[in-house]
Design a protein around this ligand. Sequence first.
Ligand code: GLA
Length: 385
Amino acid sequence: METPGQSVAEAYVAMYGRPAEGVWSAPGRINLIGEHTDYNRGMCLPIALSQRAWLAAGRREDDRLRLASLDLGETVEVALDEIGPGNPPNWAAYLAGVVWAMREAGLTVGGLNAVLSSQVPIGSGLSSSAAIEGCIAVAADALFDLGLTKDDTGRARLAALCQRAENHIVGAPTGGLDQTASLRAPAGMALLIDFDKLDAVGLPSARPVPFDPAADGLILLVINTLAPHANVDGQYAARRAACEAAAVKLGVTSLRAIDLDGLPDALEKFQSEAQVRAVRHIVTENARVVEAVAALQARDWVSFGQLMTAAQASQRDDYRISCPQSDLTCEVAVANGALGARQTGGGFGGCVIALVPLPKVGDVSDAVTKAYDAQGWPHPDIFRA
Ligand code: GLA
């Protein structure tokens, strides 16, 4: 069978009449815990997925981008100096936006031909967008000899540029979790990202943490609820605005300034129940990330699973970013032997992750599928991370 890298390389030849200069790829991610904390200068703990976005690319003589999506059968062309919010629209914005951000930052990046294909399911909370951004970032880095992928500092810079593309050109007010995970997470480890510990040029610190459930007979099961998730709609922006308003009211630069000890006093300053819930989610979620890292270091999977389930309760009851499909999936998974389960990513759908002992994987998968049948929902897509 053809690999995705071969498919984009062949499509490139068919489309442009000569071989690509190379094929690059970048992964989607699963956020294990630490949700909506990134734009609050908080902590997150993602892993990179084996599913990746692939890009065959080559330089052009002129200042234009010609971008093809193999999956959608669409091609878009745009002049480099015409890239801006809404131009090009849709999927091409994630690619063109990165080139725009690199040029804005003063990097010498010129015209490109490219063919894209991605294995990361769209709208599933697994960062299909960061995978697309990441693969053009590493492609441009190589083609224009920028040398940024050589070390973690350079990769952190690329991740920040990808986030800028998503914020300014795509128009989704996301934090930096996804792009950091895609470009900086090492294979076989989780990455503790701390958006409050910045280096000299303001890039977040990221430190590998052991994560090898298989070594202890566990599977991280991914259950795609198929309830669509999007960061571009108003809900994500509304949560972010609520946090920023709460920080202003507390007189702090971000909610990271509040810890568990300070939480009761902080909550007394709010009349609105919605603000109380938002602040409580962010503050307790940061604390759960710290505990989760300690649990992983101790290979204490029971505690890690309980933290996942507690994080789900917090995003369901306090932050209100879950959905009926995710709630039911988590409940059924835990009732059938998962050590813990939670919805991952931006929210309102997408994927649930469940930490399941190997002998229970069949039970959990069957029980979740039956529960969907009983609701009349289409079967979820279940796979191992
Ligand atoms: C989306 C955003 C991230 C982050 C998560 C929630 O994936 O792109 O920046 O806020 O949601 O943790």
